[in-house]
Design a protein around this ligand. Structure first.
Ligand SMILES: *Cc1c(COP(=O)(O)O)cnc(C)c1O
Length: 396
């Protein structure tokens, strides 16, 4: 039931992965094993277990079959990966991955389009620890080689970028990193391993905010890091030292979500593409920032490397004020106004990408709106957005 060798399609893997018989014990999905204390039969058994770290009950912080099952499933979705560790949020996963690689005096190269809390971690926690960060243009590609210096220890990628969706040339960056012994980390939350198998593309540590598509129902915080061979032991040891543990209840909800992730992503993709193409035709819209559209920066990398697109993208309004944008968003009936994404329901938020940039400039024609396209009917969502654009026009 658990191996990476058989040539199975993703839709099959998300259903079967991680469901070892000894963990499911006769039911379909691994049950919730809640534990702090683990009981041993003898002192000798207790002593013997101390050195074991893998898939043996030891103490609640080291997990139970519930967490192991989801972690193994995520590993199976990344061909070539060695192992996965779970975290209580996506940001906790990013922190553990970075801390497993970086030490005082090291330099991190961080993509300028990274998720804002990742940027804050670099300019706050990492800086305080004596780790320098240099931001780089998401479209730098092989040019990253010129930025790699004596102290450069890690390159952090996020593709497509948060808010603006530039698609990075991951193979070119990974090749340049490998040539200099630099570790690569990728925030793969948008694509998930189903649309971009990161380890197979040469990434060393791939990170998911499972809060988004893995959970899929907007009700759990959860993160994961999946490591290429040679990187897992240090990731796990660092995570143990940090005291990281995802709760069994949350891991169970993550596994439940995972079973439908392939089919949910298909619908997110289809509806988001339909809406993106419709938006592109509207007079009030200056640009649609969606990796699958040919004018998206880095689209050629998307077309070459990705197996499909997901449900999150942005659009730029043609002129208009912040108030006019609020009029558009406030009156939407089917889109919630809220952070996060990847659930079954649609969301819309205002965003001002230039505020989160250090080395790249944006010259957007107007305010930007980010959409998470949920599982509602796409035509209903289009009608809702059409009314929103009419409010924007009236308020401009
Ligand atoms: C939401 C998000 C995260 C953080 O995940 P949390 O579970 O909210 O901590 C990381 N990266 C990206 C791209 C995200 O959208």
């Amino acid at each position: 039931m658990s191996n990476n060798d058989k040539p199975r399609a993703d839709a099959t893997r998300v259903v079967s992965a991680g469901r070892r018989k000894e963990w499911t014990a006769g039911v379909v999905n691994t049950p919730v094993w809640r534990a702090s204390t683990i009981l041993y039969d003898t002192v000798a058994e207790m002593r013997e277990r101390v050195g074991e770290t893998h898939h043996r009950l030891f103490y609640g912080r080291r997990g139970t079959p519930t967490q192991w099952s989801l972690a193994e499933a995520l590993t199976e979705l990344e061909p070539g990966a060695e192992g996965t560790f779970l975290y209580p949020s996506g940001v906790a996963a990013i922190a553990a991955a970075l801390l497993s690689v970086l030490s005082p005096g090291d330099e991190l190269l961080l993509v300028d389009s990274a998720y804002d809390p990742t940027r804050s971690m670099a300019s706050g926690l990492l800086k305080r620890m004596g780790i320098k960060t240099r931001f780089y243009d998401p479209l730098i590609g092989a040019g990253i080689a010129d930025l790699i210096g004596e102290d450069t220890k890690a390159i952090f990628l996020e593709s497509p970028g948060s808010l603006t969706f530039e698609v990075q040339d991951v193979p070119a960056i990974v090749t340049a990193a490998r040539a200099r012994g630099v570790t690569t980390l990728l925030d793969n939350t948008w694509a998930t391993p189903l649309l971009f198998p990161a380890i197979a593309h040469g990434v060393d540590l791939t990170i998911l905010a499972c809060t988004k598509y893995v959970v899929g129902h907007s009700d759990v915080m959860l993160g994961s890091v999946t490591a290429a061979p040679g990187h897992f032991t240090r990731l796990r040891d660092t995570s143990f030292q940090l005291g990281q543990v995802a709760s069994p209840d949350d891991a169970w909800l993550g596994a439940r979500g995972l079973r439908t992730m392939a089919i949910r992503l298909q619908q997110h993709q289809a509806s988001a593409l339909k809406i993106a193409h419709w938006l592109k035709e509207q007079a009030e819209v200056a640009a649609v920032l969606h990796p699958a559209l040919p004018d998206c920066p880095g689209h050629e990398h998307f077309a070459r490397d990705f197996k499909g697109s997901s449900g999150l993208f942005s659009f730029v309004l043609q002129g208009g004020s912040d108030d006019a944008r609020s009029a558009l968003i406030d009156g939407l009936e089917l889109f919630g106004i809220g952070y996060s994404w990847g659930g079954f329901e649609s969301l819309a938020i205002p965003t001002d990408p230039q505020r989160y940039r250090s080395v790249t400039r944006r010259a957007d024609a107007g305010p930007v709106v980010r959409l998470q396209i949920g599982l509602e009917d796409a035509d209903d969502l289009i009608a809702d957005l059409a009314a929103g654009l009419a409010r924007f026009r009236a308020a401009s």
